[in-house]
Ligand binder design. Structure first.
Ligand SMILES: Cc1cc2nc3c(=O)[nH]c(=O)nc-3n(C[C@H](O)[C@H](O)[C@H](O)COP(=O)(O)OP(=O)(O)OC[C@H]3O[C@@H](n4cnc5c(N)ncnc54)[C@H](O)[C@@H]3O)c2cc1C
Length: 584
C-alpha cells in the first residue's frame, strides 16, 4: 500500500502537524529577543511586537530566557499499526492507494485534537495509541462501503473533520483491542447544490470553514457560522461537536443553521426521504437531532443542508472601553434585554485587555504620539484605572439602517454604564487578532508556559460571581501547588443570550522545574470545571464533552438520563463500530 503523504511543507496552505495553524505562520523570537509573527496571512505579520515578552514576564513574574527554550521532540514514537488483513483486502477493492495511509505521521495527526495535553504530549512527552490506518473516502458510497467492510471484519471507525476539537474527542479509546481506522472526510468537501430561491445549500461534511466562506461568497451568500477555528474545522465537525460561531446573534448556532443531514450509520443511511427541505417540521422523534453533539459515536455525517444568508450590505466594527468589569457586564445585560444585538459582541476583562495592548506593534512617528494621546484621554481625563478597565468589541452586519440603529443603541447604552467609544479600528483589530492569537499557546509552550482556554455558559444572575469564583479557584490551585511565578488568569464573554452568557477562561502557568506539567494543568482545569459547575455554569457551551469532561456527566444528568444515552448507543451501534469512546 502506498502511504498518502500530508501536504508538502512548501504548499502555501500547508498545515503544521506539530503546532496549531498554517505551516508558514506563527510567533517566533528574532535574534534580539523580540517577538514577531511569521508569514503574511494576518494583521500581526511582520511587525515587531516588543511589548509582548516583557508584559508576560511582568504578569507572570518569571523570566522567559530564550536560551532556555525547550526544543520540540516532535514526533513521538508511534507503534506499528494493528492492521486487519480482511478489512484491508476489502477496502483495496474500492479505495485507491492514495486514499489509504499507514504513514506514522499521518496516523499520529489523526489521533489527536488541540488540547494542551495532546499538543504537549506530541512535542514533549509520550503519546498513546493512534489510529492504525487513515482512509480518505471521496464519496458517500465509499463511506457506506467502508462502514460495511468495518462491520464485516470487526474493525472500528473514528470520523475526522479538521482535527481542531479541544476535548480529546479523537483520542483512541483506552482498551480498544480492534484495529482502529480513522475516516478523514477532507475529500468530501463539495457544495452539491445551492437553492437561491429558498436560500439553502447542500454541502459535503468535510468542507472546511474558510473554503466555505469563499465558495458561498461567490454565490452572494454566507453561512454565518464563524467559530474561531473556521480556518481548519469542518461542517461535519461543527455538527458533531454542537459548535457555536462568533456571529451567532445574527445567524444562529449550528443547530439553527443545519436543516437536514445524511449520516452513514451502523444500520444504514440516515436521511430524509424526499427532496424538499421544510423550514420547520413537527415529525415526532427526529433521529437527525441526535447527531448534534454525537462526537463521532453514532455514525459519519456525509453532507448537510444548511441555511444561507445574503452577504450583509454593511459590515462595521466598533469598540467601547469601560471603567471596570462589573459595569461592562451590566451594559451587556441591558443591551441583550433591549434586543436587536450586533452580530457579535465580546467583552474582555482587564488582564485580556492589557494582553491585547501588549500585542500592539511598536509605534512610530505620529502613530506613537496618537497612541499616547489616546491613553492619556482614557486614563487621565476620564479617570479610568488601567488596572481595572475592560473593552468590548463589536461586529455589526446587515443593511445600513439596521447597522445604524444597532450602533446608536450600543453607544447610548454603553454611555449609561460609563463606557466610551474606542473606535472602529480597535474593534476591527480585536477580531483580526482572533486567528493569530490561536498560535500563541504553542509558542509559549516552548518557553515553559502551559496555557489553554476552557468555556462555559451561565445565567445572567450568576455570570459575574462565576467569573470571580473561577478566577479565585485557579489562583488558589496555583498557590497550593507552590508553582513558580504568578498564573495567567483571564476571562472573556464571547456570546450573549437573553438568559445568560458564554464565558471563556484562560489559564496559564510557568512550568520550568514542574514535574509532569501537563498533568498538573489538567488537574487544575478539572478543579476549575468543578468550580464552574458549583457556581451554576454549564459543563460546556460549545466545545463538548469528548473524553476530558466525561467524569462530570453524572453531575449534570440524572441516572435515567445517562442510561438513555448508554441505551441509545447500544441500540444504534451494538458492536461499537464507532468506537471513539465519546458518549459511551
Ligand atoms: C483555536 C481554536 C478555536 C476554536 N474556536 C471554536 C469556536 O469559536 N466555536 C466552537 O464551537 N468551537 C471552537 N473550537 C473547537 C473546535 O474547532 C470545534 O469543536 C469544531 O467544531 C471541531 O470541528 P472539526 O472539523 O475540527 O472536528 P474534529 O476535531 O475532526 O472532530 C471532532 C469530533 O467530531 C467528530 N466528527 C468530525 N467530523 C465528523 C463527521 N463528518 N461525522 C461524524 N462525526 C464527525 C469526530 O469524530 C470527533 O469526535 C476551537 C478550537 C480551537 C483549537
Amino acid at each position: 500500500m502506498q502511504p498518502a503523504t500530508p501536504h508538502p511543507a512548501s504548499e502555501p496552505d500547508a498545515e503544521s502537524t506539530s503546532v496549531w495553524g498554517f505551516a508558514d505562520s506563527g510567533f517566533t523570537l528574532d535574534d534580539g529577543g523580540i517577538v514577531k509573527f511569521t508569514g503574511s496571512r494576518y494583521a500581526l505579520c511582520g511587525e515587531p511586537l516588543p511589548h509582548l515578552l516583557p508584559w508576560v514576564e511582568q504578569t507572570m513574574q518569571v523570566k522567559l530566557d530564550p536560551a532556555l527554550a525547550q526544543p520540540s521532540a516532535y514526533p513521538p514514537a508511534v507503534d506499528s499499526p494493528l492492521l486487519c488483513a480482511g478489512f484491508v483486502a476489502a477496502i483495496e477493492e474500492f479505495l485507491p492507494a492514495d486514499q489509504r495511509s499507514v504513514d506514522p505521521l499521518v496516523r499520529l495527526r489523526h489521533g489527536h485534537g488541540h488540547t494542551q495535553a495532546e499538543m504537549h504530549a506530541i512535542k514533549h512527552g509520550r503519546f498513546g495509541r493512534v489510529p492504525d490506518m487513515v482512509v480518505y473516502p471521496d464519496s458517500e458510497s465509499e463511506v457506506v462501503a467502508l462502514v460495511q467492510a468495518a462491520k464485516a471484519h470487526g474493525v472500528c471507525l473514528i470520523p475526522y473533520g479538521g482535527g481542531t476539537n479541544v476535548t480529546e474527542a479523537l483520542r483512541c479509546a483506552d482498551g480498544e483491542a480492534r484495529s482502529i481506522v480513522c475516516v478523514d472526510l477532507k475529500r468530501l468537501r463539495r457544495i452539491l447544490w445551492v437553492d437561491r430561491e429558498n436560500r439553502l445549500a447542500c454541502i459535503e461534511a468535510g468542507a472546511v470553514g474558510r473554503h466555505l466562506v469563499d465558495a458561498l461568497q461567490a454565490h452572494g451568500f454566507t453561512l454565518g457560522h464563524e467559530p474561531d477555528s473556521i480556518e481548519f474545522s469542518t461542517l461535519g465537525g461543527w455538527i458533531a461537536t454542537h459548535a457555536s460561531g462568533m456571529k451567532k446573534n445574527r445567524y444562529g448556532n449550528i443547530e439553527d443553521i443545519v436543516m437536514d443531514m445524511r449520516v452513514v450509520t451502523a444500520d444504514g443511511l440516515l436521511h430524509r426521504v424526499g427532496n424538499s427541505v421544510a423550514p420547520r417540521e413537527s415529525i415526532g422523534f427526529d433521529p437527525r437531532r441526535l447527531m448534534f453533539g454525537s462526537e463521532g459515536s453514532l455514525g459519519i455525517i456525509t453532507s448537510a443542508v444548511v441555511k444561507l444568508f445574503p452577504l450583509p450590505e454593511v459590515q462595521a466594527y466598533g469598540s467601547v472601553l469601560f471603567p471596570d468589569f462589573s459595569r461592562s457586564v451590566r451594559f451587556l445585560y441591558e443591551l441583550t434585554q433591549a434586543g436587536n444585538l450586533p452580530a457579535s459582541v465580546r467583552l474582555v476583562d482587564n488582564t485580556q485587555f492589557q494582553f491585547s495592548m501588549a500585542l500592539k506593534p511598536a509605534r512610530q512617528g505620529w502613530r506613537k504620539v496618537r497612541s499616547a494621546l489616546e491613553k492619556f484621554v482614557v486614563t487621565r481625563l476620564r479617570g479610568f484605572d488601567p488596572q481595572q478597565m475592560t473593552a468590548a468589541t463589536l461586529v455589526f452586519e446587515g443593511d445600513a439602517a439596521l447597522v445604524k440603529a444597532q450602533e446608536a443603541q450600543v453607544y447610548r447604552l454603553a454611555k449609561r454604564h460609563g463606557g466610551i467609544k474606542a473606535g472602529e479600528e480597535n474593534g476591527r483589530r480585536g477580531y483580526a487578532l482572533t486567528y493569530s492569537i490561536a498560535y500563541i499557546r504553542d509558542f509559549v509552550m516552548q518557553h515553559h508556559v502551559l496555557a489553554e482556554s476552557f468555556e462555559t455558559s451561565v445565567p445572567w444572575s450568576q455570570a459575574e460571581t462565576l467569573c470571580e469564583r473561577v478566577k479565585a479557584r485557579l489562583l488558589l490551585e496555583h498557590q497550593q501547588r507552590g508553582l513558580p511565578g504568578k498564573p495567567f488568569i483571564t476571562c472573556r464573554i464571547s456570546q450573549l443570550y437573553d438568559t445568560g452568557v458564554c464565558v471563556y477562561f484562560y489559564f496559564g502557568f510557568y512550568t520550568r522545574g514542574v514535574d509532569q506539567p501537563s498533568v498538573v494543568y489538567a488537574d487544575i482545569e478539572h478543579a476549575a470545571r468543578q468550580e464552574i459547575l458549583d457556581a451554576g455554569g454549564s459543563l460546556s457551551h460549545h466545545h463538548g464533552i469528548g473524553k476530558v469532561r466525561q467524569p462530570f456527566l453524572p453531575q449534570i444528568f440524572s441516572t435515567a438520563a445517562l442510561k438513555w444515552g448508554d441505551q441509545a448507543k447500544q441500540a444504534l451501534d451494538p458492536n461499537h463500530l464507532f468506537a471513539c469512546g465519546n458518549n459511551p
